[in-house]
Design a protein around this ligand. Structure first.
Ligand code: NAP
Length: 238
């Protein structure tokens, strides 16, 4: 239904491209892969081959699939992190968060850049985490922010990076008792709606100029909150 609205020529180009989805077994990644018939998904529960992106050694598996599959688009969707006071959580959980949200995607970007990859590398950010100063999710939000800033420091000639930052979504990542679910369910979006918007944005991509970037606005970054009417309550500490 949503995909009908998308420019059909560019969309069909996207649909026919080979896509590697890192973290496509559920949630947003699963909705993206559902729109892309020519895609391959890798995650810990992957039927192709299990890949745990929190492990530095997983880069070798990712590289193997990049070489054998030869994707045009690489989506980095995997992400997560702990919620609560920083020092009440085990240190390995903070390390996990930085490995999955920051180190692996930047390592993959480096690999793609060095291999002269001509396709697009799409990183899923978080419109909420990128604005968050909450001490309760400091490792999640700062690892996401750091990844966004670092990836966008690459020039278009180095690697075609796109960052897509959705708001709250109805997935396993968002706890059942979290305030958006309990108090503002309209802020929690369906992943199919979000995936359709991502593909629509990528389909429009070819008509944009990514060479002249201003400091105020980077067209390689889709920030849901800037794009749409999506108002966060002022009394919440994100
Ligand atoms: N949900 C939200 O409210 C929200 C809001 C803004 C941004 N985001 C971002 O959106 C992205 C997708 O999140 P989601 O909400 O769809 O979460 P999700 O339903 O928990 O899905 C996460 C996906 O990543 C994979 N994954 C997680 N850890 C992995 C690891 N160590 N190695 C390999 N694969 C791993 C999972 O597969 P396996 O379990 O099979 O490994 C799954 O396919 C994340 O980057 C998240 O930060 C989410």
């Amino acid at each position: 239904m949503f995909l009908n609205e998308i420019n059909s020529h560019n969309l069909s180009k996207i649909r026919h491209q080979k896509s590697l989805i890192l973290g496509g077994s559920k949630g947003l990644g699963c909705s993206i892969s559902g729109c892309l018939p020519n895609s391959k998904s890798l995650s810990r529960s992957s039927s192709v081959e299990s890949v745990d992106l929190s492990q530095p050694a997983s880069i070798a598996l990712v590289e193997k699939h990049l070489l054998s599959f030869g994707p045009d688009l690489v989506f980095y969707v995997a992400g997560g992190g702990v919620y609560g006071e920083y020092f009440s959580k085990p240190m390995h959980s903070h390390r996990w968060t930085f490995e999955v949200n920051f180190f692996r995607p930047t390592q993959i970007a480096d690999l793609l850049k060095k291999s002269g990859f001509k396709g697009k590398f799409i990183y899923i950010g978080s419109a909420i985490a990128e604005r968050s100063e909450s001490l309760k999710c400091i490792s999640y939000s700062y690892s996401k922010k750091l990844a966004v800033k670092t990836l966008l420091s690459l020039s278009e000639e180095d690697l075609k990076v796109r960052v897509f930052s959705p708001p709250y979504m109805d997935t396993d990542l968002l706890p059942k008792n979290s305030w958006p679910r309990l108090e503002s369910p309209q802020l929690v979006l369906n992943t199919q709606v979000v995936a359709a918007e991502l593909l629509k944005w990528l389909a429009e991509d070819s008509s944009k100029d990514f060479k002249t970037l201003s400091e105020d606005f980077d067209p390689r970054h889709f920030d849901w909150i800037q794009r749409f009417k999506y108002t966060l309550p002022i009394d919440k500490n994100f």
